[in-house]
Ligand binder design. Structure first.
Ligand code: HEC
Ligand code: HEC
Ligand code: HEC
Length: 498
């Protein structure tokens, strides 16, 4: 249901003028209902099964990541989310009567996931990815709702209408929905296997993988013709997930996809940045059957088109090689072969060969820490180089690793690095303000439970707890670690074998 974008140019100015007077006054500023009576939780086996299922589905939806602030109660909302329209705060979805969703019905909850409309009939913004959650079945929505009702109610009043005019007018989202929302539960494709259909349901629904991995238009809607071919999300480029052999998952086995989503690492890559959160809070909690379903569905996508980048400049390559040998080869090894599952190989690395180098440039500038999971509790770190290498040097080393050992991707210029540096330094300085910690822009070490605490607490209010009786045993994966570093984005890293 694609409508011409041109329609917007007409609708937005007209809407702006009519806003406050017409439809807007109906839809905006309605007071929240008073507390409705809250039926006691039904007891019994079927209801506890439903709640357990709801808890699992809530993890698959990664609801906790957006609905929790650093040191805040899980699901109590308030996390700032960047959108093309300005910064939004996520909502309190604990069952508090006044400030949460305590007086919502399961019907209203389903309508929120399905149509992006709240209990008062006001429009929600698509920063809440209801354009994906619309695929969720009524039974799954009810189970999630039943689980959320069992949480401790947290009183957390939030000033959620902070967008600048005209976007503050929520009814404008009716226009967005008309243009872009393809509403409706997932409809199974009878010609495909049960696993494929389950994968399609998860990737396009609760998993909302396309919210990051599909490029967006200027109004924040996915470009469906480039489904999962890689997109910007905040300061990060979420790479191609199609079966392209160079830039996508074409050279990963099904098992490798499952291992990455379950443990955050595999022989090819390590999950960090936004994906680190997705793995920590969501996919690492999924069953192997569900992860296999995701892999089966991804394998069956149309590969993205092959790029044919121009050959890099020989002098830039020589300069990059010298820097690589000097600064990087200790961990990534002389021929980019890395130490699989510890220091990711750069040879054949898909993430590194994206047309848009932002993510790997950010890693080089600001350093990066891999995500701890139950299976891989010890995070490994790469130091930041922003303080040590200038823009031309980082451009050279990035161009070198994008074009060595069989890799091929467009060259990177000093001005590309200068742009990335400006953004990451800005994000870093915003991060140093306590109220912005834990926003979606850049995971700091604080986003995760620190090393020597229990990674199983990630994503819960207990994150960072020292395990009673000492740190968890690293089951063989921690011994080689030369000390994990605590770094700030744009800052200097300490420790690590580098
Ligand atoms: C990418 C971030 C993100 C994720 C993931 C996310 N939400 Fe939200 N959610 C938001 C934001 C932001 C808002 C507030 C939107 C607004 O004010 O228009 C919101 C609002 C809501 C609301 C409306 C509450 C109210 O009082 O109006 C509900 C219900 C909700 N989310 C449930 C969920 C559930 C359930 C999940 C997981 C299946 C989830 N969210 C996952 C960002 C997210
Ligand atoms: C909030 C944004 C976001 C969401 C949602 C998201 N991803 Fe990612 N993903 C990223 C980013 C950013 C990266 C690159 C960072 C990194 O190297 O870990 C990435 C990397 C990956 C990689 C590694 C690819 C490679 O070439 O190394 C895989 C596989 C992946 N994502 C799968 C998924 C799947 C499957 C889903 C849905 C269940 C998903 N992602 C949801 C942001 C996201
Ligand atoms: C102390 C060891 C260490 C050194 C030195 C090091 N790295 Fe890394 N690097 C890592 C680790 C660990 C990761 C994985 C982090 C993650 O993504 O979870 C990584 C990830 C990367 C990635 C992203 C791989 C991917 O696909 O996700 C790139 C690119 C990279 N490093 C390039 C470099 C360059 C260029 C240098 C030198 C300027 C360098 N590294 C120096 C440890 C190191």
């Amino acid at each position: 249901m694609r409508r011409p974008l041109a329609a917007l140019t007409f609708i937005f100015p007209i809407g702006t003028i009519l806003a406050a007077t017409l439809a807007g006054s109906q839809l905006l500023a309605q007071p929240k209902h008073g507390a409705a009576s809250h039926p006691a939780q039904a007891q019994g086996a079927s209801s506890s099964d439903k709640i357990a299922r709801g808890k699992y589905l809530t993890a698959l939806g990664d609801c906790v990541a957006c609905h929790t602030v650093k040191n805040g109660a899980s699901f109590a909302g308030g996390r700032p989310i960047q959108t093309p329209f300005g910064t939004l705060l996520s909502a309190n979805i604990t069952p508090d009567q006044k400030t949460g969703i305590g007086d919502w019905t399961s019907e209203q909850f389903y309508r929120a996931l399905h149509e992006g409309i709240d209990d008062d009939g006001d429009h929600l913004y698509p920063a809440f990815p209801y354009n994906y959650y619309t695929r969720v079945t009524r039974a799954d929505s009810d189970a999630i709702f039943a689980y959320l009702r069992t949480l401790r109610p947290v009183h957390n009043p939030l000033q959620r209408n902070q967008l600048p005019f005209p976007f503050r007018m929520r009814w404008l989202m009716a226009v967005w929905n008309w243009l872009f929302l393809d509403k409706g539960e997932y409809k199974p494709d009878a010609s495909k296997s049960a696993a494929w259909n389950r994968g399609a349901y998860l990737v396009n629904g609760l998993g909302h993988c396309g919210a990051c991995h599909t490029p967006m238009n200027i109004l924040g809607a996915p470009k469906n013709s480039q489904f999962l071919q890689g997109g910007m999300f905040g300061n990060w480029f979420a790479p191609d997930l199609t079966p392209n052999r160079r830039t996508g998952l074409g050279s990963w086995s099904r098992q490798a996809v499952i291992e990455f989503l379950k443990t955050g690492r595999n022989p090819h890559a390590a999950a960090a940045a936004e994906m680190g959160e997705v793995v920590a809070f969501s996919t690492s909690k999924a069953t192997t059957a569900d992860l296999k379903a995701i892999a089966v569905y991804l394998e069956d996508q149309k590969p993205s088109p092959e790029a044919s980048p121009a050959a890099p400049d020989a002098q830039q390559m020589r300069k990059g090689e010298a820097i690589f040998i000097d600064s990087c080869s200790a961990c990534h090894r002389m021929h980019g072969e890395g130490v699989p599952r510890f220091f990711p190989p750069l040879r054949g690395d898909a993430n590194l060969q994206q047309k848009n180098p932002t993510t790997t440039l950010n890693f080089i500038l600001a350093g990066v820490q891999s995500t701890p999971t139950d299976a891989r509790p010890t995070p490994f770190s790469m130091p930041a180089y922003a303080w040590k290498l200038n823009d031309g040097q980082i451009a050279a080393v990035e161009t070198f690793i994008r074009n060595s050992w069989g890799n091929r991707a467009s060259a990177v210029s000093a001005s590309d690095v200068a742009d990335a540096r400006k953004k990451i330094v800005k994000a870093g300085s915003q991060y140093s303000k306590p109220e912005n910690r834990g926003s979606l822009r850049h995971p700091t070490p604080e986003t995760f439970a620190p090393p020597n605490t229990d990674s199983r607490d990630n994503g819960t209010a207990k994150a960072g707890r020292i395990v009673p009786g000492g740190p968890p045993s690293a089951s063989g994966s921690g011994a080689e670690n030369g000390g994990t570093s605590h770094k700030q984005p744009g800052g200097r890293s300490t420790g690590g074998p580098g």
